[in-house]
Write a protein that binds this ligand. Sequence first.
Ligand code: SAM
Ligand code: SF4
Length: 323
Amino acid sequence: MLIDPTGREFSYLRLSITDVCNFKCVYCLPDGYQGGQERGFLSVNEISNTLKAFAHHGIEKVRITGGEPTLRKDFIDVIRVAKDTSGIKKIAATTNGFSLHKNIHNWVDAGLNAINVSIDTLDPRMFNTITGHDKFASVMSGIDTALETGIESVKINSVLMKQYNGQEFETFLNWIKHRPVTIRFIELMQTSDNKTFFDANHVSGQSLKVKLLQSGWQQVARSASAGPAQEFAHPDYQGKIGLIMPYSNDFCSTCNRLRVTAKGNLHLCLFSEEGISLREYMGDNANTALMDLLSRYIKTKKPTHLLHQGNTGITTNLSMLGG
Ligand code: SAM
Ligand code: SF4
């Protein structure tokens, strides 16, 4: 296992496969993707070698993310190589859902076990305001198609923002009354380029937790390879709620995940160091060296991020690190 100095064990890898995105979410890429033509993202072969090294160290779950991961033409090949990696038991992806309705069947056939779809509002006009795209109906139909495939897990990611969808908490709760879907409210995070937006729009996750507990929702126990959310269930609702609260005091104590960027940098935290490049160890003959490097580098992981002090590390926006 990869174990850091505070004793945390890592079983979950978030792998970004592209920085590019076709949406302009107000909290992430308000001006759209600004990168140039030079892409240089990891090849499927490099991804395969990387997954082998992580799996050797006990990584069991991989989440494919971005940018918008499904923009890659070889997205399905990435799912396949993950599926073929001995030791990887769960393959998840996070998407804005723009092509879900067309492709989810193929992705599930290729081995995808879980899909998280980001949808911040149940109002089509607000969807357009937040993402810059008139795709609400298509994303919603994709979610229904995903449920029909029988995939193990369909989750919705939603960021509540005071000046946009801040009033939709109850609407989301009603929506999962008869749908077996988990909605994860991700607390808006400050990055190095969104301070003004953050100050105007941040909704505390703790306030949502209080509302849930007051209306009969109960917190459920967390499994070892679970993501960062605190989960809640209610006997009258088919769906569940997850709260991702990076500003809560004990958020870092349950950290079990590592991140690799689309260009092959390993980050031990979403909000800290610059990461180290694994790229030169991703070729076919360097797997042992990569495994050794992982064992050594994990010993430098810090106990906690410094978000509370407004220190966002080097993260300009979450599309560059996969959220
Ligand atoms: N494009 C895909 C999507 O939107 O699902 C995957 C990448 S996106 C960076 C991953 C998640 O990060 C999304 O659910 C998005 O809502 C969330 N996210 C992006 N910026 C954020 C921020 N500043 N605070 C909180 N969540 C954020
Ligand atoms: Fe794109 Fe996802 Fe960022 Fe929205 S949150 S701009 S869909 S990367």
